[in-house]
Design a protein around this ligand. Structure first.
Ligand SMILES: Cc1ncc(COP(=O)(O)O)c(C=O)c1O
Length: 388
């Protein structure tokens, strides 16, 4: 390039999934078929009734138009209705902005909250896109350390020690990507009040929240939730619509008003067709969502019980519906090195631990969304026989 680019962007790591795909692409002829345990996408398709509905609405020329920046009022009302039963939330459509996936909701939250030079606390291992987005904005990610025996569940006393006058937010992901661990209600409430005491935001990413059995937490029942809580949500996994980019930001009406200044310049609105898909899902697909929650939970249980059988030197240290966080047995070797050899020699795509924060070289992330039950024993056999 004959021009310079933003230093902050330059220093951000490359997206890790692309790297693993590139490793997997360089395999000798005759290698075993690839097993993709790399990206967290459901292997199943949306229900046919949703596809049929979309075929119908796509033929309406009005579907081609912009919507209000925050999204159609009836779709935001349908979101609120679902939040009222799922979270017992006191919430109204003015507290919602529909976004281009949870990814864009996170950007809106960070741009509204932070100046370059500020700090944001992330629980380690964290979702890799979070430090990447912060780095691009010149915001410093401050990592709360991963403690194996606590399975990465954030500890309020540890997090409190990381708060400085520059801290703008604590970011939590529950269920976690990459560990799958769900933060217990009480712990989340403690973290909420910790953030409130320090007058910083608690940003909660619940991309996998619909895979939790029962009410994920009770923060939305607190009268003043919107003074502290900023929620990032995705419906991509919920309705198997990851390509539609269906997410949202829930926060105070004032926070949303500020976020809309960014939304207008960044995306204008969530795609209209996505909003119609989301509305259909919210109004018709609760039973389907619950069936898939159960399916993913059974898949996880089966995987864990098979993986943990004697003879496997890889060890699961935390897991949940979509993920297993695994310690590899090759001390002194980085997660990157092990993941690369797993991809190239065993045809298994995983993500290296260091993608999820510093000092995590001993770990790998396994995503369970893609693996069908009939592939499981072959995948686990390859782990068992892998000798780095
Ligand atoms: C924790 C977390 N947040 C956000 C996202 C992005 O979600 P979306 O596809 O809705 O942008 C993902 C995707 O895997 C994720 O794991």
């Amino acid at each position: 390039m004959s021009f310079s680019i933003n230093n902050h962007v330059h220093s951000v790591n490359d997206p890790p999934i692309g790297q693993v795909r590139a490793w997997a692409a360089c395999r000798p002829d005759g290698s075993p078929a690839l097993i993709d345990l790399c990206q967290a996408v459901p292997d199943y398709t949306p229900p046919s009734e949703l596809i049929a509905h979309l075929q119908q609405v796509v033929s309406d020329p009005l579907t081609c138009r912009y919507t209000p920046d925050e999204g159609l009022p009836e779709v935001r009302e349908a979101v609120c209705e679902r939040y009222r039963w799922r979270y017992r939330a006191a919430i109204n459509p003015g507290q919602i902005c529909l976004t281009v996936g949870a990814s864009q909701a996170f950007w809106l939250a960070m741009v509204v909250l932070c100046h370059a030079g500020d700090e944001v606390i992330l629980q380690s291992p964290c979702y890799f896109d979070h430090p990447m987005a912060l780095g691009a904005l010149g915001v410093k990610p401050v990592f709360a350390p991963f403690v194996e025996k606590e399975q990465g569940i954030p500890n309020p006393a540890v997090i409190e020690k990381l708060i400085t006058p520059r801290t703008r937010a604590i970011v939590l992901v529950s269920p976690s990507n990459p560990t799958g661990a769900v933060i217990p209600h009480r712990r989340l409430t403690e973290l909420y009040f910790l953030a409130q005491r320090h007058r910083i935001a608690l940003v909660l990413d619940e991309t996998y929240g619909d895979f939790v059995d029962g009410m994920p937490h009770d923060l939305f029942t607190l009268e003043d939730w919107h003074r502290t809580l900023v929620q990032v949500q995705s419906f991509g996994k919920t309705y198997a619509l990851t390509g539609y980019r269906a997410g949202l930001l829930a926060a105070s009406a004032e926070f949303i008003r500020q976020a809309l200044k960014i939304q207008d310049t960044m995306a204008v609105c969530q795609p209209h067709i996505t909003q119609l898909a989301l509305q259909y899902g919210l109004e018709h697909l609760d039973t389907w969502v619950e069936a898939n929650r159960l399916k993913m939970s059974l898949r996880h249980n089966l995987f864990v019980s098979e993986f943990m059988k004697p003879g496997n030197r890889f060890r699961i240290v935390a897991s949940g519906s979509f993920f297993a966080w695994v310690k590899h047995p090759f001390s002194g070797r980085s997660g990157r090195e092990v993941a690369k050899r797993l991809a190239q020699e065993a045809g298994i795509m995983t993500l290296p631990g260091e993608a999820f924060g510093p000092g995590l070289d001993e770990y790998l992330r396994i995503a369970l969304g893609n693996i069908r039950e009939n592939e499981m024993s072959e995948a686990i056999r390859r782990f068992r026989h892998f000798n780095s």
